[in-house]
Design a protein around this ligand. Structure first.
Ligand code: HSE
Length: 417
């Protein structure tokens, strides 16, 4: 029996206690029984089933020699960092869902764990309940990973899905996501792309074995995606998703987070609602895809508990994640090649075609868009497409596209394919 403490009794923390309570026999049958001995929180929880386990005093936990594993579900980089460091220095393993802390201090905390014969595990920090980090760490350990490409944020995926399915505009879809509890009151981290950016930085760091800084990753959020953009994507047989990707050409990570037109032949097109999915391309296996709930109480808690089981089964040892504090030398994400959907004033079309060389042209005549995309009827004005059209460029690098687009005033917007 391993006694554990849960730091933070919010959504994920209460989920951790619930998962252990619900599946305790099953977990024990798989070789390691867990018992929640303490729950640290500033608040009281009168009437809660686990009320008697709540303490406001972290010292009680650190003074108890039975505690060998801590689940940190507080969030943030203040107290969570201090408690995690202190626990690891005392040889107590820590499991977390705290992606902000992992992205910022993951390499340092992993090194501290290694120096004190314990582990720092963070499966739940990326992809919620999907065992993505464990897959990179173990299942793909013999693979040279060439790229990771995925939907790593449930909130924005839900917003885009509702825009696509219901013709809600961005603001209405965001409001709905907040009402459903999928988006925070301050949704900036999700909609501006910070959250998926942190997640791809963590995955890229694990692949490189070196630190990939999220602040080095170019990022475009979702707040600028409109129903018009979705209509153009739909006319190509696609939709728009917020994609976090990184390739490792020449051993240098080139990462970018941005909305992209996802065409019908891409399996990510059918990843809807709050689901996440990642496509990993590796040299021996080829493409593999990981799909599941990327957010939510029990899904995320399940991943924290899986880490707690691994820590409790390896007491006195360090589960290695191969991530050092050395900074990875980043490649230039502007060199990444792809096509671009360019919305353009009709008057500037010829100039745009001669600069980019059009691989395809999309021209909605009056009413045509609404036939192709009935959900837009009544949402966009009949003449919405009168003065503009879109072209799809041939494949080119982001740098090349920026050069060619410079000074072309008729460009309304461009979106990567
Ligand atoms: N807001 C995050 C998401 C929560 O929607 O993916 C899980 O990291």
């Amino acid at each position: 029996m391993a006694a554990i403490a849960v730091l933070g009794y919010g959504t994920v923390g209460s989920g951790v206690v619930e998962v252990i309570g619900e599946n305790s026999e099953l977990i024990a049958g798989r070789g390691c029984s867990l018992e929640v001995k303490y729950i640290l929180d500033l608040r009281d929880f009168p009437g809660d089933k686990y009320e008697s386990l709540v303490t406001h005093d972290a010292e009680v936990i650190f003074a108890d020699p039975e505690i060998k594993v801590i689940c940190e579900t507080m969030g943030g980089t203040g107290a969570a960092y201090a408690f995690t460091k202190r626990a690891l220095e005392a040889g107590i393993s820590v499991c977390t869902s705290n992606k902000e802390l992992v992205e910022k201090h993951g390499a340092e905390l992993s090194a501290i764990a290694a120096g004190h014969s314990c582990s720092y595990l963070f499966e739940a920090s990326v992809g919620g309940g999907i065992p993505l980090i464990r897959t990179i760490r173990t299942g793909l350990v013999a693979e040279n990973i060439k790229s990771i490409y995925g939907i790593l944020n449930g909130t924005t995926n839900y917003i885009l899905y509702r825009m696509e399915e219901q013709g809600l505009d961005f603001a209405a879809a965001l409001k709905e996501a907040q009402e459903m509890g999928y988006a925070e009151k301050d949704p900036t981290a999700d909609i501006e792309g910070h959250d998926p950016c942190r997640k791809i930085a963590i995955l890229a760091s694990l692949v490189c074995g070196k630190k990939v800084d999220y602040s080095d990753i170019p990022m475009e959020g979702l707040s600028d995606v409109s129903l018009m953009d979705l209509a153009y994507a739909r006319s190509l047989g696609g939709t728009i998703k917020l994609i976090a990707m990184c390739d490792f050409e020449g051993g240098k990570p080139r990462a970018i987070v941005s909305p992209r037109v996802i065409l019908a032949d891409n399996p990510l097109k059918s990843v809807n609602d709050v689901f996440n999915a990642a496509l990993i391309d590796s040299d021996m296996l080829g493409l593999s895809m990981y799909y599941g709930k990327g957010a939510g109480k029990l899904a995320t808690a399940s991943a924290v508990v899986a880490d707690a089981v691994e820590c409790a089964s390896t007491i006195g040892k360090t589960v290695k994640c191969g991530w050092t504090e050395e900074k990875a030398e980043p490649g230039d994400p502007g060199e990444l090649k792809g096509q671009f959907l360019v919305r353009i004033k009709r008057s500037a079309l010829k100039e745009a075609e001669s600069r980019f060389g059009a691989a395809g042209k999309i021209c909605f005549e009056k009413g045509e868009a609404f036939e192709k995309y009935p959900v837009l009827k009544g949402v966009l004005a009949e003449d919405a497409f009168d003065d503009e059209m879109a072209l799809v460029t041939p494949e080119m690098s982001g740098n090349e596209f920026t050069d060619k687009a410079a000074g072309l005033e008729g460009i309304i917007k461009s979106i990567r394919l």
